[in-house]
Design a protein around this ligand. Structure first.
Ligand code: MUC
Ligand code: MG
Length: 376
């Protein structure tokens, strides 16, 4: 019987620090290593599922760090789930919500591991358990974030040459706006005209700076502006969205269902970046997407530089969304010096392809995991 076979015997969490090929700079942090919590769930039937929760620069992008996730998983989330049926993902989320407030990244890593284990148990790809894929590959977006204009141009051109990415995101907000705009100008000049460019300010600007500089972003051919001002500044965000000639994408401002409802009702953006680390589970991600879509908002598949484990988790749920107008920035596997799986995600024809095997459809590489695991 499935309930007994999939009972959770053990949940372990390991902290990973995986080096990136270059410095990745955001408005409020700069990383050379990606911090992941890697969750391994062992079911009574002997099946092991893997899930990953990503951070950027410790607790800087969001409030969770790998150290905090390890402590909260070991002390609160894992003990609450051991012995429970691993096949009931919604029930597992309710149990986790009773055991700990928020902690969405930690919860999403466990949820992903359960999804992987259940898929492997039933011998079906994870997306089948989420309603089934409506697409098997997604337009892939690469993020430029070294802060060095010449390097960024070279990197973008190399990505196009390899056939991996021809849509780009550029990080703004860590230098003064004039310097940022010069970088953007150099990039726009070098790329084929009409190239999709997303500018992510990561909450780095004030409303006044937006009023001053958003028209310039328009002139530089930017297609989408992501989270220009602080999450929670709802009225100012709505004013900016109303006067901007480029669509505004909500990222840090929307994590929970009620935030989705509030931001959509206030019209602070017309596109939403979806990420498991924000929403806490595959099912919550779909509910947040539903709330936003009901308000006419378009969807963008976000990332937090996950390895192929976390990226696969995202692709399975992104594949089931009825609408995903802006593609996905799941580029993490290509920014790691070494991926954590032996069968890295496939990037081809400027698209990232949904893995086909059971569960997440990727094979964690124990050697790489041991190599990059941290004990403290
Ligand atoms: C973010 O805010 O979108 C995702 C891609 C990237 O370069 O940074 C992250 C976080
Ligand atoms: Mg963002």
């Amino acid at each position: 019987d499935l309930l007994r076979d999939t009972a959770i015997r053990r949940i372990t969490a390991r902290m990973i620090a995986a080096p990136t090929t270059r410095n990745h700079k955001l408005s409020n942090t700069s990383v050379t290593h990606q911090g992941y919590i890697l969750v391994e769930v062992l079911l009574e039937n002997g099946v092991i599922g893997y899930g990953e929760g990503s951070t950027l620069g410790g607790p800087r992008w969001a409030e969770e760090s790998v150290e905090a996730m390890k402590a909260n998983i070991d002390t609160y989330l894992a003990p609450a789930l051991v012995g429970q049926p691993g096949c009931n993902l919604e029930a597992a989320t309710l149990i986790m919500d009773r055991a700990a407030k928020r902690n969405y990244t930690a919860k999403s890593a466990i949820d992903m591991a359960l999804l992987d284990a259940l898929g492997k148990t039933l011998n079906v790809p994870a997306h089948v358990l989420l309603g089934g894929a409506v697409r098997t590959s997604i337009e892939a977006i690469w993020a430029l974030a070294s802060g060095d204009a010449a390097q960024e141009v070279d990197e973008a051109q190399a990505m196009i040459q390899r056939g991996w990415f021809n849509r780009f995101k550029i990080k703004l907000g860590f230098a003064d706006p004039a310097t940022d705009l010069a970088r953007l100008g150099a990039l726009q000049k070098a790329l084929p005209s009409g190239t999709m460019i997303v500018a992510d300010v990561n909450q780095g600007w004030s409303e006044a700076e937006c009023i001053r500089y958003l028209p310039e972003l328009h002139d530089l051919g930017v297609s989408l502006i992501e989270q220009p001002i602080a999450a929670g500044q709802t009225e100012a965000s709505a004013r900016i969205a109303a006067r901007s000639s480029i669509p505004i994408m909500m990222d840090e401002s929307v994590s929970t269902l009620s935030e989705a409802k509030r931001e959509v009702a206030a019209a602070t953006g017309s596109v939403l970046s979806l990420k498991l680390c924000k929403h806490g589970s595959v099912h919550n991600l779909k509910r947040v997407a539903g709330i936003a879509a009901a308000g006419g908002v378009q969807m963008y598949g976000g990332c937090l530089l996950e390895s192929s484990i976390g990226a696969a988790g995202h692709l399975h749920v992104f594949a089931t969304l009825p609408h995903l107008e802006w593609g996905t920035e799941q580029f993490g596997p290509k920014i790691l010096v070494e991926d954590l799986v032996s069968d890295s995600l496939r990037y081809e024809d400027f698209r990232v392809h949904l893995p086909t095997g059971p569960g997440l459809g990727v094979t964690p590489d124990p050697e790489m995991i041991d190599k990059y695991a941290r004990n403290a």
